[in-house]
Design a protein around this ligand. Structure first.
Ligand code: GAP
Length: 508
């Protein structure tokens, strides 16, 4: 798949801001970092928790047809045999024998360089938005060095899984630029293995789950037996997943330890699954927009029928314009009865349900909306990151960096400022309001520095509202100044109006 054009430098700016202000750090940084692992700092963990809580509230608590679950990360290894992960969950990889670097074969592109009908060499490039330009430039270099006359054929890139055995030795390694060191594509298992119990032999092998979904299927019968659900219904789970990705990259977009928010929505085998699938796609788009992603940044990628997994009836990915290009954010798949049938076969336990409406007994089919927490967080950061120009305290126009987070997910909901820190009556009043607000929301108190500087510090971490206590508050009517992060507009409100406004904006 080819990524659409990236926004130059945006990813570096987001990574820099995340480190500087305590959103995200590379894991084990004091030991040089650990590829594919990231830690969330004080603001990152707030943002992450708010995304998860909002999803849980909207998908589980505010719906009467979805139940929650929290299953273990390590489960009986037979679950992964039944699901097909032990045999089939792998990516094609290719090694460079010389540099020892490893690539995902479907992310390594190559093309023959053909001049006047003769193949004079090959070019290769690792998937990136500029891959076509890079390959064309390399092909022109090869032609020039070979001093060949004639027209260069168009460079048609294919991924390495499509290469023929006789081409392996001709395609240059992207690491060395020379042919002869790339291996044939080989399947690379993505599940992390561990050992459970005192034995160290094969019988002790277990896996860190690569998706939360199988925990749902394994508990489906338990939840049906509680008698709380009737078809159609869903089971939702948020939790860690682990994949030994060959090429973790693009910050937290593809990592080796990440978190998923998944729903398995069980429907009758006779239901109009196409309509229900469409409804889920729309629900997912609406939810992304509700947490602040621009509608125009979300597109649908419908998997072609001939590329679907054998058990899948349809899959649509919601794509988002990330800094490194347009990529998958949310997968919404119709998986038929594949998973439940597999578990019925391997466990010997019946997965049938009695449908009270149709009076039939069957193994239900499933629609699976599956979303990554970390990818959502990167999408939210991408959409929120803004640079604009506003006047400072002295009226001079200055550039500012701000994160336009929706108040629902912003790590800090409001900042409370006494206008001056050396006036005890202002400080006392501001502290009292701060403590009152703190009982309901994550708010911040800041008394140091010029008021304009204090606003900027909050703008940069995406705090939507600034509340200033000034002399009018204590000497006149008790009103405070409420400042909007995005427009910088200020208005005076009473304490009651302030609480009502914040409630609508944050909890609405
Ligand atoms: N149960 C289905 C499933 O796991 P998937 O497309 O492999 O499907 C679902 O993953 C979602 O999980 C993706 O759309 C993405 O948001 C997130 N995800 C998958 N692999 C990831 C990785 N290595 N790093 C971060 N997020 C990932």
């Amino acid at each position: 798949m080819t990524a659409k054009a990236s926004s130059d430098g945006l990813m570096e700016e987001i990574v820099g801001l995340c480190k500087r202000r305590g959103f995200i750090f590379p894991s084990s940084e004091i030991y040089g970092g650990y590829n594919g692992f990231y830690d969330y700092g004080p603001l990152g963990v707030e943002l992450r928790n708010n995304i998860k809580q909002t999803w849980w509230r909207d998908m589980v608590q505010r719906r009467d047809d979805i139940e929650g679950l929290d299953s273990t990360i390590i489960m009986h290894p037979d679950i992964w045999k039944a699901s097909g992960h032990v045999d089939g969950f792998s990516d094609p990889m290719v090694d460079c024998r010389e540099s020892k670097l490893r690539y995902r074969a479907d992310q390594l592109f190559f093309a023959p360089v053909i001049v006047a009908g003769e193949t004079i060499g090959y070019v290769s490039v690792v998937e990136c938005p500029e891959q076509q330009e890079i390959a064309e430039k390399a092909a022109a270099d090869i032609k020039r060095k070979a001093a060949k006359q004639g027209t260069l054929d168009p460079i048609v890139l294919k991924d390495y899984t499509e290469s023929k055995p006789e081409e392996y030795d001709l395609i240059p390694s992207p690491a060395t630029g020379k042919p002869g060191s790339l291996t044939a594509p080989r399947e690379f298992k993505l599940m992390f293995e561990t050992k459970v119990g005192p034995l160290a032999d094969e019988s002790a092998v277990a896996y860190l789950r690569p998706e939360t979904a199988q925990g749902i299927f394994a508990n489906y019968k338990n939840i049906v037996d509680t008698g709380r659900v009737k078809i159609p219904f869903g089971i939702a789970q948020i939790g860690k997943a682990f994949r030994n990705e060959i090429t973790p990259r693009n910050f937290i977009f593809r990592s080796r330890e990440f978190e998923q928010m998944e729903i398995e929505f069980f429907i009758s085998p006779n239901a109009d699954w196409k309509t229900l699938h469409r409804e889920w796609i729309d629900t997912c788009i609406d939810w992304l927009v509700s947490i602040g992603l621009p509608r125009e940044g979300i597109t649908e990628d419908i998997h072609p029928e001939d590329k679907l997994a054998f058990y899948s009836q349809a899959t649509t990915d919601l794509m988002f314009q990330f800094p490194h290009g347009e990529q998958e954010l949310w997968g919404i798949a119709c998986r038929g009865d594949y998973d439940l049938m597999q578990h019925q076969k391997h466990s010997g336990k019946s997965m049938t349900i009695f449908d009270e409406t149709s009076k039939e007994k069957y193994v239900p089919h499933v629609i699976e909306p599956s979303l990554g927490v970390d990818r959502t967080l990167l999408a939210v950061l991408t959409a929120a990151y803004t640079i604009d120009e506003v006047p400072n305290d002295k009226g001079k126009v200055e550039q500012r960096t701000l994160l336009k987070f929706s108040p629902k997910i912003a790590p800090v909901k409001a900042a409370i400022f006494p206008l001056l820190k050396n006036k005890p009556e202002l400080v006392e009043r501001a502290q009292a309001l701060y403590k009152k607000l703190l009982r309901r929301w994550n708010v911040f108190y800041d008394a140091s520095g010029a008021i304009g500087r204090r606003y900027r510090r909050q703008d940069e971490i995406g705090t939507p509202f600034g509340i200033t206590i000034d002399f009018d508050t204590i000497e006149k009517d008790g009103t405070v100044t409420l400042r909007d992060r995005d427009t910088c507009e200020q208005r005076r409100v009473t304490e009651d109006e302030l609480f009502q406004f914040l409630e609508e904006q944050i909890d609405g």
